[in-house]
Design a protein around this ligand. Structure first.
Ligand code: ZN
Length: 233
């Protein structure tokens, strides 16, 4: 699994222990969803590391072109992500954005617009801000690709995805999203930003909505992702 050292941006000093325990994700990984591969999985005869798919993507290819995540969602990253998501700790935004820029550098290099996954307005009122929009804005400032936090809308309130199966999560967010101005996404290459990728159901639903509106390409970029161990062979 790719482990990266935090390079240019130093974390706040009281988090140094936590940061040393983070797992930073990068190549080699599933060409589609970004599932991290052990180094020894790559280098098979005749197969480029860039073409390898994980079992889940082989069985069901996601609608997005690629999904990449900066961190593995584990004990170390969970407290950082939750403090950001629910505790209003936005002081680490520049560090998060730097790591997302690293993880999403290929998609961002060719992107026209960054679009965050929206919250329904009642959840937005409760939480005061959309953490994905904050990440998208910080990322936009860093990489220079414009962002629009009002392009994707979430008019339908859906129950929390917590506790649902993968199929349940897909059903739960189906039809939950709308594009505000289809003419502004038609023919464009979009980077969809979210905080945590669990099964990918939300990214899938957003991608389908954006592509129905005419987006030429959608790549997903998340701060962290759940990495379930592969089943034993
Ligand atoms: Zn995959």
């Amino acid at each position: 699994m790719g482990r990266w050292v935090v390079d240019t941006v130093l974390p706040p000093t009281d988090d140094t222990d936590l940061f040393t325990q983070l797992t930073f994700l990068d190549e080699p990984c599933c060409a589609s969803c970004g599932y991290p591969f052990d180094h020894e999985v790559t280098g098979l005869a005749g197969i480029s590391a860039f073409d390898l798919l994980c079992a889940a993507c082989l069985a069901r290819r996601p609608a997005y072109a690629t999904a990449r995540s900066a961190l593995q969602y584990d004990d170390a990253s969970r407290s950082l992500v939750l403090a950001f998501k629910h505790g209003g700790h936005t002081d680490r935004l520049h560090t998060f954005a730097a790591q997302m820029h690293r993880a999403g550098r290929v998609a961002l290099a060719h992107a026209d617009l960054i679009v965050p996954v929206p919250l329904h307005r009642t959840r937005l009122v409760k939480r005061r801000y959309n953490q994905s929009a904050l990440l998208a804005r910080a990322l936009s400032r860093r990489c220079g690709v414009p962002m629009d936090a009002h392009m994707l809308l979430r008019p339908r309130k859906t129950p929390s995805q917590g506790g649902l199966s993968a199929a349940g999560r897909r059903r739960n967010v189906q039809g939950a999203f709308e594009v505000a101005r289809p003419e502004a996404v038609a023919g464009r290459r979009l980077v969809l930003v979210d905080d945590v990728m669990t099964t990918g159901a939300t990214l899938e639903a957003c991608t389908r909505t954006l592509k129905r509106a005419g987006a030429a390409r959608v790549d997903a970029l998340c701060l962290a992702r759940v990495v379930k161990p592969l089943p034993a062979p």
